[in-house]
Design a protein around this ligand. Structure first.
Ligand SMILES: Nc1ncnc2c1ncn2[C@@H]1O[C@H](COP(=O)(O)OP(=O)(O)OP(=O)(O)O)[C@@H](O)[C@H]1O
Ligand SMILES: Nc1ccn([C@@H]2O[C@H](COP(=O)(O)O)[C@@H](O)[C@H]2O)c(=O)n1
Length: 211
């Protein structure tokens, strides 16, 4: 059983996926962490992030390991844990460039499809490209201002700067970020985090919640 939760940047995908996964007793899988880790490695190696062969060759020489848990995903390169370094402003600024490389997308998709189900998968294209046969699909939205206000609780920048960066990232991610035709679209703006989680749980087919 796979449930997909896609959405725009900072719409609550990780927090909501964690809550849904805990309620179902399964892990969740953060696809964005793989793109973020690929970006961090590229930045550290001073690669041109537009250079697909260089980024891919570097990834193949420095394999990443995603550890999907209901309580939060962790990601490793060899013995080094990268998780805590991936939500920085510089990774945010570069990640959409790396994610636009078809070779990197194919590499990430292969990592994700190799994971053993059941799980909740969150990202941009989980319900469309990676797991089109998922048992239930959701797509989260909220206005840029609301998302920036939420994110400002966790970042040093002010709300207008965060909002501008989110709008830019949404624009760059537009190609791969769209609701699947069979996804339930949820505007999280008027909802609490728990409200979004309960909305999703209430819409899951009975066979998923009893599995
Ligand atoms: N419905 C909600 N109400 C209030 N705060 C929320 C809600 N959903 C998420 N948040 C908060 O918004 C922030 C962003 O959420 P989260 O990191 O889960 O988003 P995301 O979509 O995974 O982000 P990114 O795309 O950058 O990985 C977090 O601080 C989270 O606690
Ligand atoms: N399925 C996905 C997931 C992520 N991306 C790209 O990674 C960036 C970071 O993702 P977050 O979920 O952590 O925000 C995102 O801005 C996309 O560029 C993707 O392309 N596909």
């Amino acid at each position: 059983m796979i449930v997909t939760i896609d959405g725009v940047a900072a719409s609550g995908k990780s927090s909501v996926s964690g809550g849904v996964a805990r309620a179902l007793g399964v892990p969740y899988v953060s696809s964005g962490l793989l793109y973020r880790a690929a970006t961090l490695l590229g930045l550290e190696a001073r690669l041109d992030l537009h250079d697909a062969p260089a980024v891919l060759a570097h990834l193949q020489g420095h394999p990443l390991r995603l550890e999907p848990l209901a309580g939060g995903n962790r990601i490793w390169q060899g013995d080094r844990e990268l998780t805590g370094e991936l939500h920085s402003t510089r990774v945010d600024a570069g990640v959409s460039v790396v994610a636009a490389l078809p070779e990197v997308r194919a590499w990430v998709d292969a990592q994700l499809r190799a994971l053993p189900a059941p799980f909740v998968a969150e990202g941009r294209d989980m319900g469309t490209a990676v797991f089109p046969h998922a048992g239930a699909k959701f797509y989260l939205t909220a206005s840029p201002r609301i998302r920036a206000q939420r994110r400002a609780q966790e970042r040093p920048e002010d709300v207008p700067a965060i909002e501008a960066a989110l709008v830019r990232r949404d624009e760059l991610d537009r190609v791969q970020s769209a609701p699947a035709p069979d996804a339930v679209v949820i505007d999280t703006g008027p909802l609490t985090l728990d409200g979004v989680i309960q909305t999703i749980l209430a819409q899951l087919p009975a066979q998923l919640t009893s599995a």
